[in-house]
Design a protein around this ligand. Structure first.
Ligand SMILES: [Zn+2]
Ligand SMILES: [Zn+2]
Length: 134
């Protein structure tokens, strides 16, 4: 009986340790956001109304394009990339909603959370704020 209880306690401790290790790993992996790996892919959305193509680019690819273009770009506003489908410079770094999967361009002019999903209204920033407030 006592032995069984000990076993259970050991199992519980092991599970808690694993869960903690997992949580830490996730935190280290996803947290910060400053250390973007070169191979990390960014979802891109073409805003050409005739196209609307969604594709992915790695951070390294985007850096390369920015470097090649030099000063020619960015007269304010986010840099536009060439869409591989329609060939127009109308593709922007987009966000994929983790709730409904809609791909959209963040809106910094709305006065609301820029990452609010236009489809379902979910905002990861808002959720993080709410978690902190609790
Ligand atoms: Zn396009
Ligand atoms: Zn959504």
């Amino acid at each position: 009986m006592v032995e069984d209880k000990k076993k259970i306690v050991m199992i519980v401790i092991a599970v808690v340790c694993l869960a903690l290790a997992g949580a830490l790993a996730i935190k280290n992996f996803g947290g910060g956001g400053t250390s973007t790996s070169a191979q990390e892919s960014q979802v891109m959305l073409c805003v050409n109304p005739d196209c609307g193509h969604i594709f992915e680019m790695t951070a390294e690819e985007r850096r390369q394009i920015m470097r090649d273009r030099g000063r020619r770009i960015t007269r304010g506003g986010p840099p536009a990339f060439t869409c591989p489908k329609c060939g127009e410079e109308s593709a922007y770094a987009a966000t994929k909603c983790s709730k409904c999967g809609t791909v959209y361009i963040q809106d910094y002019t709305s006065g609301d959370f820029p990452d609010r999903c236009p489809e379902c209204g979910y905002s990861a920033i808002e959720e993080r704020r709410q978690q902190k407030a609790q």
